[in-house]
Every structure is written in C-alpha cells, then in structure tokens.
Ligand binder design. Structure first.
Ligand code: ZN
Length: 313
C-alpha cells in the first residue's frame, strides 16, 4: 500500500543527544555519525551547537565538525545558536539553517544561557532579521514550551507572543520543545491547533522522553496535523549517569511507528537500525530505544516468545 502521508524527521542526536552524553566524541566521530545518519535517508540533521565549550564541552569544535562533514546533496545541515557570538560563528560555516533557541521560561533561559528571555530576544531578533535578509534560513526552537522545571506551568500566551516576534523578523519555522518531558498528548494537540489558528502553519515538535510520554506526544502532534518532528538516534542523551537528563524521542522508534502507520519518513529503517552497535560502542552504554532491540514489528512473526514462565499477555 502506498503511504498516504509524509512526515519530516530532523535528527538531533549529534547535538541534543551527544551534548548530554558522559563520553565526549571527537569531532571526526561526530562528522562520521552525521554521515552515517544521512546515508540512511535522514534529510535534516542538527549537526552542531555554537555554544561555549566551557559550558558544554561535548559540543566543542563545531567548526571542525562542519569541516569534516561529507556533505550529501539534498540534506539540510542545521546549527544551534543561543546568542550573538554563536550566530557569528555559525555564519562563518557552511550551514544551511541556523536554529535560534530561546526558552519561553525566563528562569530556564537565565540558567541555560545566562540571560533572561526578553534580554535574549532583544539580542537575537535583530540578528535573526539580518541573517534572514542575507539569504540564510533561520528557524527557532522555543525551549520549555510545555512546562518548566523551575516555573512549572508555562503561560501559553507567552509562547504565542515569542512565536509572533520570531516570525515577524523572518524566522521560517518555529519548533515547540518539551525540554524536560513535561508535555502530555492532550496539551500537544491543543497547542498545535491553537498554533495553526494563530499563525496559519503548524509548529515543529521536539519531545524528550523524560516521563515516557515522548511517542504519545509525537502521535498527538501528528493527529493535530504536525508533520515535523525532532528525534535522536537511539534516544541518545538519556545518559544513565545523569538520570535527570533524559534523551529525545528515539529516531528509529519514531520512524518505525510512522512506517507501521503507512506514513512515509523517507528513511531506511533497516539501515538506521544497523547503526546501533556502532553508536553503542561509542557511548558505552545501552541505547534507550526499543526497536533496535526487538526488531521491526513485521519481522516479529515466528520470533521466539520470551522465555520467562509466566502468563504474560
Ligand atoms: Zn532537547
């Protein structure tokens, strides 16, 4: 049967995943990881982050990663920036898209980037406008859009206000990020519906699986019309040594779910799954995802049942 719909998955493992891992990857390995991912049909990768290496040593050497990249045509390479310094660095590389990140929660933004939300916006908005007029694609991700660990509930009017200000300077797309896994499916569905009504487009969605709701939230977003999702290979970032830092929804699991639903991702699932052993050897812990362990559903027939003697249903 021909897939009815198409979704677009942005791989954020090389950035959001690796920045939370205990082991620091070399810039060569990070570029190799990106190449392996794009070989599987991934069409957009958040490759690097232009943040201070003192604060996030895992992301040091963004320029080197970009230089080491074997670029594949048709793939969008994205870099994350938090401030003017980051944007200047990003502009000197061969990125296709700059992703400006601002937390909706003022407290979270202060802790994450050393400045409050409005101060960060005052700095970033004119720069984003300038970058857009020079021909660069600029997107924005709103952190803590569904809840903040310090402030709790996030006023949705603040989310809309920040979105409006970003779109007004030419930012092409806004992604709502559930930075610490506080979103639930009904909330996601509501947010997508209101977003579309207000801005005439659907948001990108970025979920962490902190409370096990990542996949349910992806599905809720899909049902509400969203077609762009961030995901991280293997669910990277869920480092067992930092229990409060839980990874993104897992790319292979998201691809598997959509393909099961006859929704096309353009990604070769088998090839993607074959990366699991290489990535596991690099992070030195088991990956939190599911499908690399159990295999895709269509191959489950005839598979040996679990050995435990019990009445599992
Ligand atoms: Zn994230």
């Amino acid at each position: 049967m021909k897939p009815l719909e198409k979704v677009f998955i942005r791989e954020v493992g090389p950035r959001d995943g690796l920045q939370n891992e205990r082991l620091h990857w070399t810039t060569v390995d990070r570029a190799e990881f990106i190449r392996k991912l794009t070989d599987c049909g991934i069409q957009s990768v958040e490759a690097v982050s232009f943040v201070s290496s003192k604060v996030v040593p895992q992301m040091a050497g963004a320029e080197e990663v970009m230089e080491n990249l074997v670029r594949r045509s048709g793939v969008e390479y994205v870099g994350l920036v938090l401030n003017a310094t980051g944007l200047q660095r990003a502009l000197a590389t061969q990125l296709d898209t700059v992703n400006v990140v601002v937390a909706v929660s003022d407290t979270f933004q202060r802790k994450n980037a050393g400045k409050g939300r409005d101060e960060a916006l005052a700095e970033l908005l004119p720069l984003a406008r300038e970058a857009v007029s020079s021909g660069l694609t600029v997107e924005a991700t709103l952190g803590t859009a569904f809840g903040c660990p310090f402030e709790g509930e996030i006023e949705t009017n603040t989310v809309w206000d920040v979105t409006e200000r970003l779109l007004a300077v030419g930012v092409s797309r806004v992604t709502l990020a559930d930075t610490t896994g506080m979103a639930h499916p009904a909330q996601v569905e509501r947010a997508c519906t209101v977003f579309q009504k207000k801005f005439g487009q659907l948001p990108g969605l970025h979920f962490h699986n902190t409370r096990g709701l990542g996949m349910a939230n992806v599905y809720a977003g899909y049902v509400a019309g969203a077609r762009r999702f961030d995901a991280s290979f293997g669910g990277l970032g869920g480092c067992p040594f930092a229990p409060l830092s839980v990874g993104n929804v897992c790319t292979e699991d998201v691809v598997h779910m959509f393909e099961q639903m006859d929704v096309s991702t353009g990604i070769d699932l088998d090839r993607l799954l074959s990366l699991a052993s290489w990535v596991t050897s690099k992070v030195e812990h088991e990956l939190p995802g599911y499908v690399w362990r159990a295999g895709p559903t269509e191959r489950a027939n005839g598979r040996e049942a679990p050995r435990e003697e019990s009445s599992h249903v």
